[in-house]
Design a protein around this ligand. Sequence first.
Ligand SMILES: NC(=O)c1ccc[n+]([C@@H]2O[C@H](COP(=O)([O-])OP(=O)(O)OC[C@H]3O[C@@H](n4cnc5c(N)ncnc54)[C@H](OP(=O)(O)O)[C@@H]3O)[C@@H](O)[C@H]2O)c1
Length: 337
Amino acid sequence: MKPTIAILGATGAVGQEFLAILEQRNTPMASLRLLASPRSAGKTVKFRGEHLPIEAVGPKSFDGVNIALFSAGASVSKEWAPIAVKSGAVVIDNSSAFRMDPAIPLVIPEINSEAIGNARIIANPNCSTIIMNMVVWPLHKARRAKRIVVSTYQAASGAGWQAMQELENQAREMLAGKPATMQVFPHPIAFNLFSHNTTIGADGYNVEETKMVLETRKIFNEPNLAITATCVRVPVLRAHSESVNITFEQPITEREAREILAKAPGVKVVDDRAANYFPMPKDASGQDDCLVGRIRQDISQPDNRGLDLFVCGDQLRKGAALNAVQIAEVLHFCYLQ
Ligand SMILES: NC(=O)c1ccc[n+]([C@@H]2O[C@H](COP(=O)([O-])OP(=O)(O)OC[C@H]3O[C@@H](n4cnc5c(N)ncnc54)[C@H](OP(=O)(O)O)[C@@H]3O)[C@@H](O)[C@H]2O)c1
């Protein structure tokens, strides 16, 4: 059976990536329904050579839909996911609405696709979490990670298409000697960087950092894994970068790590010391694989117990739309046939 697919948030940065990925992967489907807010109703979007209409989401939007891909923010997901499920759809949600609900699986298909089970709502993890986990998981499986220290360098696209426009506009304004216009971010993003623009909790961690900690523990099914994160927004248009330090229970050499990562699905090793060529967001943009390099022994740890890595991943693809489409593919092959 070919599924009918709906995208809620089809006009957004992730929604547009959904369309590109479904087209590129030639995903089999009976039909595609594109949904957004009433602001977008009546617009059209090109898909497989046809102009498809955007509809304002409503109570009947999910009738006959098998798989609903949600990328319209947490409050929209909370409102419409129960309605979509009641209509018979399985929802794959990109927002944070359901991620930490113990009844809802939080899935990266390369790591824990078995968690999907018979769930009617499946949560896609936070983008920085997915990119880190793609490289930490294969090493964790081999030598068991005890502690992870991560620092992120997050692109404007992580905050949606308006944030990407803000970076471009501010760059033009500032080069013309004008003050930067700020609408999405609280500080200028062009020629600057700042601590991630999410709320800071009583413990001093911002929401993005807390997501990386809690979501990784849930995906790995390791409730006591020690993780600490520092998340920073940088003036990069697209693709997040992360510096990751891992302490292991068992010794691991950098050569072993390179061999493990070279075989890991969805990971590409870019680690050319002679040419000083390592992962860069410009190379990760538009790619499905997460790029990993700067693979080196942590010299502060005895007995080869620590590694340092640098990873870049396109957070609109593997960090959002691609991961959700991969979940849809698991659902399609395992449960809907
Ligand atoms: N950007 C990323 O890298 C990334 C990564 C992982 C997860 N996510 C998550 O994915 C979601 C979307 O992010 P984004 O970056 O794509 O944002 P975005 O570019 O701002 O797009 C938001 C989308 O949601 C729609 N929308 C907003 N309010 C709505 C409403 N009340 N009813 C129906 N549709 C509504 C918008 O439609 P209109 O055009 O009609 O306003 C638009 O299609 C968020 O939950 C975000 O946290 C984003």
